[in-house]
Design a protein around this ligand. Structure first.
Ligand code: 5AD
Ligand code: FES
Length: 348
């Protein structure tokens, strides 16, 4: 079978045996990748037409108790100026975002235990009360099932938690012994069962990652069937054990976006900030490879340059309104269109 046949089979059947996925992940020519992207665009347009959904990202604390080897805000990272936003400051970001047309707010932070379960619940319910037509997404790490249930009961709609890598051996290369890939997967299954729209995902080109590891992630995602899949290139971060590791590539990330779109036709697939960081038109290229979500930054300007998961992050000097307008123009340049809506998963 040729790669052309593999792409057609993947588009027709939404699946492929491991050896064919392996071939697509390791040996796509430019002509073949064009076909992959064309098939991916056709599938995303069948379910989502030309719509690109906006999520307003509020990075509300860069304190973290964990020490993931890749992450620029890990507990042990030196030279990070730490901050946390108050509930009032977070609400003000949402209000500003609402006026700009955002209908989803993603509250993301390091694992900062200063916010209790009750604090998070109060925050979620205050946002839902102020903006009942909006979705609230949490991205605050590994918690107990009871905590996830409490946030859900307070009104949280969605939860983002990347598995980072589904392979237990690779997981250990990226994380200190205190963390376990098994617990992370447990969290994801709990979130799904509770009723959240769930986002999982992984970094592309993280240190030690092999094509086999990526296939393990694709199989894990097929078993979890999340509503959203976030992938972006690994980018080195100063002050971490991986400060001198090579970055993931644009090409590998775009290939995976195309493959993910064909494996998961209806999934919400963001063109991430990391993709926009390794290439000035990375997010646009992501949209053209099958992505249908972008997550502009709504964090207050004063803290943006402190939430640096990796070096060179874009948009750290911009205001929310600037990112919103910039994104509108960028997406329009691809022939797709930013829409003002919650952008829920399409059940069909
Ligand atoms: N490069 C790229 N992505 C990173 N993340 C964390 N550190 C890095 C890095 N150095 C990603 C992780 C995490 C998400 C919030 O950001 O996948 O889940
Ligand atoms: Fe932030 Fe372009 S998206 S400035």
């Amino acid at each position: 079978m040729t790669n052309i046949d593999r792409i057609e089979k993947l588009a027709a059947e939404q699946n492929l045996p491991d050896e064919d996925l392996y071939a697509l992940l390791t040996s796509l020519t430019e002509k073949e990748e064009e076909l992959l992207y064309a098939r991916a665009r056709a599938v995303r347009e069948r379910h989502y037409d030309k719509a690109v959904y906006l999520r307003g990202l509020i990075e509300f604390s860069n304190y973290c108790r964990n020490d993931c080897y890749y992450c620029g805000i890990r507990a042990a990272a030196s030279g990070v100026s730490r901050y946390r936003l108050s509930a009032d400051e977070i609400l003000a970001c949402c209000n500003q975002g609402y006026a700009l047309g955002f209908r989803t707010f993603v509250l993301q932070s390091g694992e900062d235990l200063t916010y209790s379960c009750t604090d998070i619940c109060h925050l979620v319910s205050a946002i839902k009360e102020a903006h009942p037509d909006c979705a609230v997404t949490l991205s605050i790490g590994e918690k107990t099932r009871e905590e996830y249930e409490a946030y859900f009961d307070a009104g949280a709609d969605r939860y983002l938690l990347r598995e980072e890598t589904a392979d237990p051996v690779h997981y250990v290369k990226l994380h200190p012994p205190a963390l376990s890939g098994e617990n992370r997967k447990r969290c994801l299954y709990d979130l799904k069962e509770i009723g959240y729209q769930v986002g999982a995902g992984f970094m592309v080109g993280s240190p030690g990652q092999t094509a086999e590891n990526i296939i393990a992630d694709l199989r894990f995602l097929q078993s979890l069937t999340p509503h959203m899949i976030g992938i972006g290139p690994f980018i080195h971060a100063g002050g971490t054990p991986f400060a001198h590791e090579p970055d993931g590539t644009l090409t590998d990330t775009l290939h995976l976006l195309g493959i993910l779109r064909l494996l998961f036709p209806r999934c919400l697939l963001p063109a991430t900030t990391a993709l926009g960081t390794i290439d000035p038109r990375g997010r646009e290229k992501g949209i053209l490879a099958g992505a249908n979500v972008v997550m502009p930054n709504l964090s207050p300007r004063g803290v943006r340059d402190k939430y640096l998961l990796y070096d060179g992050k874009i948009c750290t000097g911009d205001e929310a309104a600037e990112c919103r307008n910039c994104m509108e123009m960028r997406i329009a340049s691809t022939g797709y269109q930013v829409v003002v809506s919650r952008g829920d998963y399409c059940q069909g």
